[in-house]
Design a protein around this ligand. Structure first.
Ligand SMILES: C[S@@+](CC[C@H](N)C(=O)[O-])C[C@H]1O[C@@H](n2cnc3c(N)ncnc32)[C@H](O)[C@@H]1O
Length: 290
């Protein structure tokens, strides 16, 4: 019997792409650029030790190995993802330079004080409620002069624009009852005090400064732009993050067959024509331990 991967592994491997190879290729290309930025912000890696917190399928960690890091600690709460990284490290012949650690970002006690030169984390703090404790751990494990590089989406940026007149950036006036039912599914799983929505870029800076970092740099990139046209099928089968259902799953859960048809009739043409507004904000923070 094939064992189901955990939700983190399943999302990274499949659900974020909606089963669409083109979307997958596009997203992975974008993520390659993000990986480079995250690693540029820790500067020198040759011969150094890096801890990647919430390593996922190894985007940042394998990038660090390519840049000549002597040792990389892959840490995550997903045993499936750590196993996948271990397999890939074996295939690539770099296993001897890797350590694997099953641990949450806010409890890294298996990493000794002042033992790593760099800490990276991308799109992980959005899942961590105790963010101050996570920054305290990053500070503790870094050597003096070591750097942390954090990259997080600021999901609050887009969420303020959620109304019953629009759904995920598409105009849906007149469909209020249907949209309210769908919103209830998503808001029930991810209320406004969810760790994904309870911070912005200034909080990240403050959390890092409070943890003890003395040199800090923050960049925010915010974009509001027309949606790209997308395939309705891909849209239906994509999930925004590992904790959420796809739109198709949420529709099955909350809507009657007639409501599903009504929504598809209105939304599918807008999605396929790119008639909507996309809002995205990304924060990158890097800081030095004195
Ligand atoms: C969106 S993925 C990002 C993966 C990887 N950092 C990347 O850039 O591709 C989020 C990752 O965070 C991990 N994660 C979720 N909650 C966590 C926590 N509390 N502590 C550490 N990792 C966590 C998940 O298992 C998943 O691998």
């Amino acid at each position: 019997m094939v064992r189901q991967r955990d939700r983190w592994a399943e999302w990274l491997a499949e659900r974020r792409f909606g089963g669409d190879p083109e979307v997958r290729a596009e997203l992975l290309e974008k993520l390659g650029r993000t990986r480079d930025r995250v690693l540029d912000n820790v500067h020198q890696l040759e011969g150094r030790t890096l801890l990647d917190v919430g390593c996922g399928d190894g985007l940042i960690a394998f990038g660090a190995l390519e840049r000549g890091a002597a040792e990389v600690v892959f840490s995550d709460i997903s045993a499936d993802l750590l196993e996948a990284c271990r397999e890939l490290a074996t295939e690539l012949g770099v296993l001897g330079r890797c350590r694997f650690l099953l641990a949450p970002a806010d409890e890294l006690s298996d990493v000794a004080d002042s033992s790593v030169d760099a800490v990276t984390t991308r799109s992980v703090l959005i899942y961590v409620r105790r963010k101050q404790d996570a920054f305290a751990e990053f500070f503790r494990v870094l050597r003096p002069g070591g750097r942390v590089s954090v990259w997080e989406p600021i999901n609050r940026f887009g969420s303020g624009f959620r109304t019953s007149e629009s759904f995920w950036g598409y105009e849906t006036s007149g469909l209020d009852a249907v949209i309210d039912k769908l919103d209830a599914v998503f808001a029930g799983l991810q209320p406004d005090d969810d760790p994904m929505l309870d911070f912005d870029e200034r909080d990240l800076l403050e959390l890092a400064e409070r943890a003890g970092f003395t040199e800090l740099h923050l960049e925010l990139r915010a974009d509001v732009e027309p949606m790209q046209p997308r395939s309705w099928q891909t849209f239906l089968h994509t999930s925004g993050n590992p904790k959420l259902p796809t739109l198709a799953e949420a529709m099955d859960r909350a809507l009657t067959p007639a409501e599903r048809r009504l929504l598809a009739e209105r939304l599918a043409p807008a999605v396929e024509a790119g008639r909507g507004t996309h809002r995205l904000a990304l924060a990158s923070l890097w800081a030095v331990k004195p």
